[in-house]
Design a protein around this ligand. Structure first.
Ligand code: DHB
Length: 307
């Protein structure tokens, strides 16, 4: 039994898709709805439809992927209108919001507060819009935004964080989060602004931003684990943590559980393998836990043993 709970919403399993790949159109979201993913998480939306960045803007890598999609999405009103059909697929619906200003985010969060979505994940960490900084690295802006966004309704709000690399940043962000009724955090987003060079062509392998893009997959698993672990130790138990970064098998998912994740999201592996990954990883996690005598998530959650 891998059932879990995020911000009062019961989920039938520990695994769901991450906002990112294959979750932009109704057709893609319907596939997630028919899979073993325990929720349907939508692509981060903006005020208006966006084509996104020029191609090539995604590349598989041996140990993950690099992407600079540039927020291609249908515009928030399309997702708002889709909510009833998404809910009819029978699982929790998580909408991801990624406005370009606090005003954008206020408008979008307000709209989804008046909808049937289960959870609202505000994305403070898109690294791929030329000229736009990642909000998650501007602590003052995070605080201002949370003050405005957490008073718009009763539906639980969570935030998608960028990866942090210094203990002082974990501590400072945790102190800000504790000031507001943020019900869950999702960490981590891709590591922004990394560069993969093809030595044969002597060029970057993706086109936008001179080749700079978000690094995903196995490369970032130790970073995701550290972020989940650090925030688990710094935040009260009433704040749930969704782990993301490099989960492609049951053992990866188990490591995030030990670090303290209440649920996990899958991006690169879903992009590469398709929606069958959710059932495969769920079965692998169940089998690995069974070998250890664990039957429920709580048996191992957060129980990383000191060395
Ligand atoms: C995109 C990438 C991200 O890592 C993110 O958080 C949001 C959007 C993108 O390029 O579309």
């Amino acid at each position: 039994d891998l059932s879990t709970n995020i911000a009062g919403v019961n989920l039938s399993s520990y695994l769901m898709n991450a906002s990112g790949p294959k979750c932009t159109t109704w057709e893609e979201l319907e596939v997630i709805g028919q899979s073993a993913s325990s929720a349907i998480v939508t692509k981060s939306c903006t005020m208006a439809f966006r084509e996104g960045n020029p191609e090539p803007r995604y590349s598989d890598l041996p140990l993950g992927s690099i992407q600079s999609m540039g927020l291609p999405n249908l515009g928030y009103k399309a997702y708002l209108e889709m909510v009833p059909q998404l809910k009819a697929l029978g699982k929790a619906v998580v909408v991801s919001i990624s406005g370009f200003s606090i005003e954008d985010n206020i408008e979008m969060v307000s709209a989804f507060q008046n909808s049937d979505v289960d959870l609202i994940e505000v994305n403070f960490s898109c690294p791929n819009i030329p000229g736009k900084a990642q909000v998650a690295y501007d602590f003052e802006q995070v605080e201002t935004a949370l003050a405005a966004l957490t008073v718009l309704g009763d539906k639980p709000i969570g935030i998608k964080l960028a990866p942090y690399f210094d203990m002082s940043h974990f501590i400072a962000m945790a102190e800000i989060l504790k000031k507001f009724p943020v019900k869950f955090i999702t960490c981590v987003n891709s590591i922004g602004n990394t560069l993969i060079i093809d030595p044969e062509t002597e060029s970057p392998i993706i086109k936008p931003k001179g080749g700079f893009g978000g690094l995903c997959g196995d490369y970032i698993k130790p970073i995701g684990l550290a972020n989940v672990r650090a925030f688990r130790e710094l935040l009260p138990e009433s704040v749930q943590i969704i782990g993301v970064g490099g989960i492609k098998n049951g053992v990866d998912a188990f490591e995030y559980l030990l670090a303290g994740a209440d649920a996990v999201q899958i991006a690169t592996c879903f992009e590469k393998e398709g929606a069958v990954c959710f059932e495969r990883i769920e079965n692998e996690l169940k089998a690995f836990m069974a070998q250890k005598g664990y039957t429920k998530l709580i048996d191992a959650k957060g129980k990383l043993k000191p060395l």
